[in-house]
Design a protein around this ligand. Structure first.
Ligand code: HAM
Length: 430
């Protein structure tokens, strides 16, 4: 039997996972600087959490959800995105209570699941780094969130980003715009794609997100949401733009942008890159926005939220194609070579002691001859090689060699066990 991983999934192998760690750690440190702290929610939730939040007209809910009935006949779904689960946790754990900081800021890193057609940078199990902030409708927070995403990309050395923003306004703006869109699209009903005909009934805004060629010409001339904003909504958006200008953020306004999930209002944004590894034209590597009704929809107070999520697979492909340098991790400090069976216990003790002193160490477990062990030490790029043979065992010493300088000395085993860091510093010239 020849087993393969499921379509649309990937193995992240040792070596590559170092790169993932670096990217994740960069996010953790940066987001903590902004006072966002990590939240971990389940990989699966009640189906309803997603259908009520992401919208039952979104592709994510109608076509892409991995859902099933468990053995207790509960309708469960693997999370297609992080926001809904975080909102559920915010409500369930009463994180809006007076004992918590406001806005309540959280970030998450983990796998998400969507039954999509796999292609470069698009998988069925993929990973997101996301943030959410609850309880403030300040436009300055919108800009902090956008700026934080850009700071993350900057720290990683990703350039050539396109930041697109739009607003979906408040409820009245949306209702008025909804009507305007219906009035505009209805006369062309027969010319629209089948999906869009359906969307027109259920959620006309979604037509703007259509990738079907027959819909494109109508999208191009569609009325703009910006002409239907209430004073409040316009004011909010004006301030967002003003603060973005104040921070020197380079952005474009894209009035036809709608997001793939239904919970947004007011500010929405996407960070895109034009890179061949991700396909033709611009690809979104980060998307987000404000969602005002969602906390209430899931049973909480009338708190607003805002956040974004970055697609990690897309980011990793980008980092690779742009040859962004990722610091090397976990270099081998010491390789201990043992000559003869009788050194087995001593070499095992020594690698353990060196690790306990805070250094990395390795030895042979394949019964290799000394020559092959030295070869392994070279292959693993050890900084020091310590050799123990019968003679060393008897004299309670070890042969110690610095691979950088070539210097070789005999050292008492006791010294190696007692204070390895002193020896390390001495022979690394620190
Ligand atoms: P989203 O736009 O659906 O937003 O996803 C965010 C990012 O996840 C996308 O821009 C993309 O980079 C990545 N992504 C989505 N689907 C896939 C896939 N199948 N394979 C690989 N990468 C993918 C959200 O998920 C919202 N929860 C973002 C948010 C947070 N809004 C407010 N707070």
């Amino acid at each position: 039997m020849h087993y393969q991983r499921p379509k649309g999934t990937a193995d992240v192998l040792p070596g590559d996972s170092d790169k993932w760690h670096y990217v994740e750690e960069t996010a953790r440190l940066l987001f903590e600087d902004y006072q966002y702290h990590e939240i971990r929610t389940p990989l699966f939730e009640s189906f309803e959490i997603f259908s009520r939040s992401s919208g039952d007209t979104s592709d994510v809910v109608t076509k892409e959800m991995y859902d099933f009935h468990d053995k207790g006949d509960r309708h469960i779904a693997l999370r297609p995105e992080g926001t809904a689960g975080v909102v559920r946790a915010y409500v369930e754990n009463k994180l809006y209570g007076p004992e918590y900081a406001k806005p309540y800021k959280a970030f998450y890193i983990g796998p998400m699941f969507r039954y999509e057609r796999p292609q470069s940078g698009r998988q069925r199990q993929f990973h997101q780094i996301g943030v959410e902030a609850f309880g403030s409708d300040s436009p300055a927070l919108d800009v902090e969130v956008i700026s934080m995403a850009l700071a993350f990309f900057k720290q990683l050395g990703v350039s050539g980003l396109r930041v697109a923003v739009n607003t979906l306004g408040d409820k009245k703006s949306r209702d008025d715009y909804h009507q305007a869109l219906v009035d505009y699209l209805k006369p062309h009903f027969d010319e629209l794609s089948k999906d869009s005909q359906e969307r027109l009934e259920k959620n006309p805004l979604r037509v703007l997100d259509s990738k079907e060629p027959e819909d494109q010409k109508f999208v191009a001339d569609a009325p703009s949401i910006l002409d239907y904003l209430t004073d409040d909504a316009r004011n909010h958006f004006e301030q967002v733009k003003q603060f973005m200008d104040a921070l020197g953020i380079d952005y474009v306004i894209d009035p036809t942008m709608v997001r793939g999930l239904d919970y947004y209002n007011h500010t929405i944004f996407e960070v895109m890159v034009n890179s061949k590894v991700l396909g033709h034209g611009y690809t979104t590597i980060c998307g987000g926005g404000r969602y005002s009704g969602l906390v209430k929809e899931l049973g909480g107070p009338d708190d607003t939220g805002i956040g974004f999520a970055i697609g990690l697979e897309r980011l990793m492909l980008l980092l690779e194609s742009e040859k962004v340098a990722i610091p090397e991790k976990n270099k081998l400090d010491v390789y201990v070579v043992g000559i003869g069976d009788e050194t087995n216990a001593e070499t095992l003790k020594l690698v353990e002691a060196i690790r306990e002193a805070g250094f990395s160490a390795n030895r042979d477990y394949m019964n290799r001859k000394p020559k092959a062990q030295f070869k392994s030490a070279n292959k693993e790029a050890a900084s020091f090689v310590i050799t123990i043979g019968q003679a060393e065992l008897e004299s309670k010493t070890a042969h110690f060699k610095s691979m950088a300088s070539g210097e070789e000395v005999s050292l008492p085993l006791d010294d190696l066990y007692k204070d390895f860091s002193k020896i390390y510093d001495k022979y690394t010239g620190e």
